[in-house]
Design a binder for this molecule. Structure first.
Ligand SMILES: Cc1cc2nc3c(=O)[nH]c(=O)nc-3n(C[C@H](O)[C@H](O)[C@H](O)COP(=O)(O)OP(=O)(O)OC[C@H]3O[C@@H](n4cnc5c(N)ncnc54)[C@H](O)[C@@H]3O)c2cc1C
Length: 321
């Protein structure tokens, strides 16, 4: 018996959301009195994988086949299912992502498992196996019972703290058998903005809206972002008006972010914008209108003019560095 955690990576680095999934899997394994085993696919340095022990993995299975770097979804699903069978996994945990949204259903079919997406808490095991998940873009929660012998859970970003307080663990080569169709789909290339912090992975995001009045004022957002080592985002109208590039537009129709800190400046807080930010851990809103809807979703709010508040905040952050 075991709990299997899929440790998704990007360009040789294990993602932060995978470390959270590991911490979750380790906590669940301890509840179930069993061990947490991690699975990684593709090219990684051995030290990157052994370090997963610090987050609770007792060992890491590594499918080093280079074809896995092209993220063939079906092959990754086959590897996860094979590792689950090899370790008699009761529960398979994956960090929620575009890849696992697609792979998890294939894994569930292969393992005849019930699958629950967007999980926010450890399951309630007092009677059966009940999981709480976020629904309606995080505006509500649902509790779902899974009755199948094997369960597949996709963990929402920021649902668990990833703390490195253990030791390195062994890494074992794992070679599942694949079918030719497993490699029917592969990623050919990735185009990303160079030299910038990738928004979906950013720990801190400073985002500006129409309240900034024009692109000539964006240095205020950029200065605060630089002082905080943060990524920069914006609302949709801002990118529609070409004040900022489209890849910075956050929301329902743009990038979904899940940083530890999201600072929204001069953004009203329309539901379509909130849909992209509501898995942020802490939200700070700066707006001159005390009735701006964003304040309802904020952990901290500053009612004030962005042109006064931003320079002062930036200087205060610089003074802390
Ligand atoms: C189908 C659909 C999809 C959409 N998808 C998205 C999406 O993905 N992302 C998105 O962002 N929007 C999306 N929208 C648009 C969304 O509904 C809002 O219109 C948009 O988010 C508003 O942008 P904003 O807050 O920057 O501008 P506004 O609504 O104009 O708000 C500007 C805010 O700035 C404040 N302000 C003004 N001056 C200052 C100042 N000097 N200092 C401080 N505050 C100031 C104002 O009080 C106000 O709250 C979508 C809309 C539709 C219909």
């Amino acid at each position: 018996m075991s709990v299997l955690i899929y440790a998704e990576g990007f360009e040789g680095k294990i993602k932060k959301s995978s470390l959270e999934a590991l911490a979750y899997g380790a906590a669940l394994a301890s509840k179930l009195n069993t061990s947490a085993i991690a699975l990684a696919t593709g090219t990684f340095q051995a030290s990157e994988l052994s370090a997963l022990g610090k987050y609770g993995a007792s060992k890491v299975l590594h499918v080093s086949d280079q074809r896995m770097d092209e993220t063939p979804v079906a092959a990754i699903a086959s590897a996860i299912a094979a590792a689950a069978n090899a370790g008699a996994a009761q529960v398979v945990i994956m960090p929620k992502s575009a890849l696992t949204d697609s792979a998890s259903s294939k894994v569930a079919v292969k393992l005849k498992a019930g699958v629950v997406n967007n999980v926010v808490e450890l399951p309630d095991l007092t009677s059966g196996f009940k999981v709480k998940r976020a629904i309606y873009t995080g505006k509500a929660f649902a509790v779902t019972e899974i009755n199948t012998p094997i369960k597949v859970l996709l963990l929402r970003k920021n649902a668990m703290n990833a703390i490195a307080n253990g030791n390195d663990c062994p890494v074992e080569a794992f070679q599942p058998s694949f079918e030719a169709t497993d490699f029917g789909l592969k990623r050919l290339k990735v185009e990303k903005a160079e030299g910038e912090i990738l928004l979906p992975e950013a720990e801190i995001v400073v985002s500006g809206g129409r309240g900034l009045k024009g692109p000539e004022n964006w240095h205020l957002i950029e200065s605060l972002a630089k002082a905080l080592h943060a990524g920069t985002g914006c609302s949709k109208p801002v990118s529609d008006m070409d004040w900022r590039p489209h890849h910075e537009h956050v929301g329902q129709t743009g990038v979904k972010v899940s940083p530890n800190l999201y600072i929204a400046v001069g953004i009203s807080g329309a539901i379509q914008h909130l849909a992209g930010v509501n898995s942020s851990k802490v939200i700070v809103v700066i707006n001159k209108d005390p009735e701006a809807p964003f304040f309802k979703a904020a952990d901290y709010g500053v009612v004030g003019d962005a042109f006064d508040v931003l320079p002062q905040l930036t200087e205060a952050v610089k003074a802390l560095n």
